[in-house]
Design a protein around this ligand. Structure first.
Ligand SMILES: [Ca+2]
Ligand SMILES: [Ca+2]
Ligand SMILES: [Ca+2]
Length: 175
């Protein structure tokens, strides 16, 4: 199975292969995640692209380089996945991710986190902060997360996919 790494995700984002990700490329990626549906589709799309550019484009030159992407990659980890950022122990990552995946894989237990399961989880986290638009935001975030982390394209994130991404993101955030 193809491993999910920061490099593999960045390559998908950088469609023209020039080594940096433009706003248009982020927008195409978000559109491919099908977040721009419904009445508020254009708003959801713009909000998502703005948030990504804001978070990753450190020097504000309207492009995300691979270094910029790596520096913030740990922010792509699903909320509620509590990993020790200083741990080098691969077993720690695997065990924590496996427990997290099993916890979320509760509605339809099939070994992976699907869009509905991830949406409910994120919405619950957002509601804790009293966010009245929790459900809508959670749907967008879940679609983006699945589109980003689903390495084999079966529509759900399994423990292997999340482990390889999490280990890579942690390692690079320490480098
Ligand atoms: Ca590019
Ligand atoms: Ca930049
Ligand atoms: Ca998958």
């Amino acid at each position: 199975m193809p491993k999910v790494t920061l490099r593999s995700i960045f390559k998908r984002l950088d469609q023209n292969g020039d080594g940096k990700v433009s706003r248009a490329e982020v927008e195409a990626f978000a559109q491919a995640a099908k977040i721009d549906t419904g009445l508020l589709g254009p708003l959801k799309l713009k909000g998502t692209v703005d948030a990504i550019m804001d978070a990753f484009d450190e020097n504000k030159d309207a492009h995300i380089t691979f270094d910029e992407f790596c520096a913030k990659a740990s922010t792509l980890l699903p909320v509620g996945l509590e990993l020790d950022p200083d741990s080098d122990d691969p077993d720690h990552v695997r065990d924590t991710v496996s427990a997290f995946t099993a916890m979320l894989d509760s509605k339809r237990t099939d070994g992976g986190i699907d869009e509905g399961e991830l949406t409910d989880h994120i919405a619950a986290k957002l509601r804790e902060t009293g966010d009245p638009t929790a459900k809508m935001k959670a749907k967008v975030a879940a679609k983006m997360a699945i589109h980003t982390l689903d390495g084999d394209g079966d529509g759900k994130i399994d423990a292997d996919e999340l482990t390889s991404f999490a280990a890579d993101a942690l390692k690079r955030s320490r480098d």
